[in-house]
Design a protein around this ligand. Structure first.
Ligand code: GLC
Length: 473
């Protein structure tokens, strides 16, 4: 992970913005125009701005620059985010972009889905109220996946929901507006690679447009920079969630320059790790870490079933209890969970996913004190389950399923316990300490009795107030 030093790219960015936004709006096209043709026809804006400055020439970010903890604070405290993969892949219910890349379907057949993307029942306020209800403090939505279909009114290409689908409108704008109204942070997923773009080297795993053609690559980069400038201007994201960096090097993407531009424009912005090493936090994907990751800030991104986008055939849903347990593991190791939903092409959220979010909401609101603003809890071996801690380390939170064996065991903690209680319920609990003879310097072993009546059906949380800052063996 590398850091960043604010440099003077303000004028550079201003140039990009000016060029990206001063051009006329491209004319509306019928959604029946083949996608390959649409992608090959940049709108007037792009044609009119061949001289968009290249950020590759900007000074690179400085490796080793310390993380800006102030900038990361809201993210570290937020704990839960909702990821949204919404795109034309929901029409057939197939793998997002990968379906054609991996040649499970031809490119042209994949792109026929454009014609079925109606967003006819899309209600962004309803999405946002569900996200809020879940207890998430931020959302990250696919502004453009690897297939190149933009959900906003991009002037850099005609491959957007505005110009190329029956939805016929900017789908990001009302969602972002609604998020802001609700006080939620706005994250935009943006795929750096674009398998539809005529100047991007790869189209599928076997179809390559070119391998080495600096002029075409530069065209593509200007396109990318132009789209990012649009997103910045239009939506001012709090969080940039890049993806697809693996296909090119940091140098080729101009990753240092992209970071610099984003932070110059908005010094508060946070960038995920998938900017070829120039991000702020780690993004393990579909793999729950078993120990605390080495990154100070991290976020597990995870699907509710096995698919990022809507796939009606995928019934392998995780239950609310399973999602809650995974979430508790994440926060116990100091991370966040970015829980994905895949709305249908008409904009409705599948009921199974809605149910998980609502149950998360019941549970997160009941246990909010043990979740938001806490830090990673006890080291391994002290408690058989996830734990979190208040930032001043005087309060521990112990998470467990079932009845916890009737009493919980806590070891390795040298403090005295002032009080133990059931979070979100208030019942005070009986604590007994053993194995601490007067002559021993060791921590004792605590047993905390948990009556059946206080148990949560998903996961119960016990607050343990210590006599001072946590001291562990
Ligand atoms: C992967 C996939 C992509 C998905 C993303 C979510 O990188 O390419 O389809 O959007 O993970 O983390």
């Amino acid at each position: 992970m590398r850091g960043f030093i604010a440099l003077s790219s303000r004028s550079l960015l201003a140039g990009v913005m000016l060029l990206a936004f001063s051009a006329p709006v491209a004319a509306q096209t019928a959604p029946t125009v083949p996608a390959a043709v649409l992608a090959a026809q940049p709108s007037q804006a792009a044609e009119d701005s061949p001289t968009v400055p290249t950020l590759a020439t900007a000074q690179p970010a400085s490796p080793g620059h310390p993380q800006n903890d102030e900038r990361m604070k809201w993210f570290a405290d937020a704990k839960l985010g909702i990821f949204i993969h919404w795109g034309i892949y929901a029409v057939n219910g197939i793998d997002e972009s990968w379906a054609f890349y991996n040649e499970l379907i031809s490119y042209d057949d994949y792109m026929k889905q454009l014609g079925g993307f109606t967003a006819s029942s899309y209600d962004p306020d309803r999405w946002v109220s569900l996200i809020r209800e879940s207890g998430a403090r931020y959302a990250v939505i696919t502004s453009k996946h690897h297939d190149g279909v933009a959900l906003w009114d991009t002037k850099m290409s005609r491959l957007s929901t505005v110009e190329s689908t029956p939805a016929g409108r900017d789908l990001l704008k009302p969602f972002v507006k609604s998020l802001r109204r609700s006080g939620l942070k706005v994250g935009l997923y943006y795929s750096l690679l674009d398998w539809s773009h005529p100047d991007y080297p790869n189209q599928t795993k076997t179809v390559k447009r070119y391998t080495d053609d600096p002029a075409r690559w530069e065209n593509f980069r200007q396109f990318n920079l132009g789209q990012m400038a649009e997103l910045q201007k239009e939506f001012k994201p709090d969080l940039w969630w890049f993806d697809g960096d693996w296909e090119q090097s940091a140098e080729k993407w101009g990753a240092a320059g992209i970071r610099e531009t984003i932070l110059t424009r908005n010094p508060e912005a946070i960038i995920n790790s998938r900017l070829a090493g120039y991000g702020d936090y780690g993004t393990p994907e579909q793999g729950l870490p078993t120990r605390r990751p080495k990154e100070k800030y991290w976020e597990l991104c995870m699907t509710i079933n096995d698919s990022w986008g809507y796939q009606g055939n995928d019934r392998n849903f995780k239950s609310p209890s399973q999602v809650i347990r995974i979430f508790a593991e994440c926060i116990g190791m100091g991370g966040n969970l970015l829980l994905d939903i895949g709305p249908k092409a008409d904009g409705t959220i599948p009921p199974e996913q809605e149910e998980v979010l609502r149950e998360m909401g019941r549970w997160t609101s009941k246990h909010s004190q043990a979740i938001y603003g806490t830090v990673a809890g006890l080291p391994d071996g002290c408690f058989a389950g996830p734990t979190t801690m208040s930032p001043d380390s005087t309060m521990l939170y112990l998470f467990f399923t079932g009845n916890g064996g009737g009493e919980l065991m806590l070891e390795g903690v040298k403090n005295r316990i002032n009080k133990a209680f059931v979070v979100g319920n208030g019942t005070n609990l009986e604590v007994r300490e053993y194995l601490r003879p007067w002559w021993s310097g060791h921590a004792g072993v605590f047993f905390i009795k948990v009556p059946e009546t206080v148990l949560d059906e998903r996961m119960t949380v016990i607050g343990v107030s210590l006599d001072g800052k946590l001291k562990v063996e």
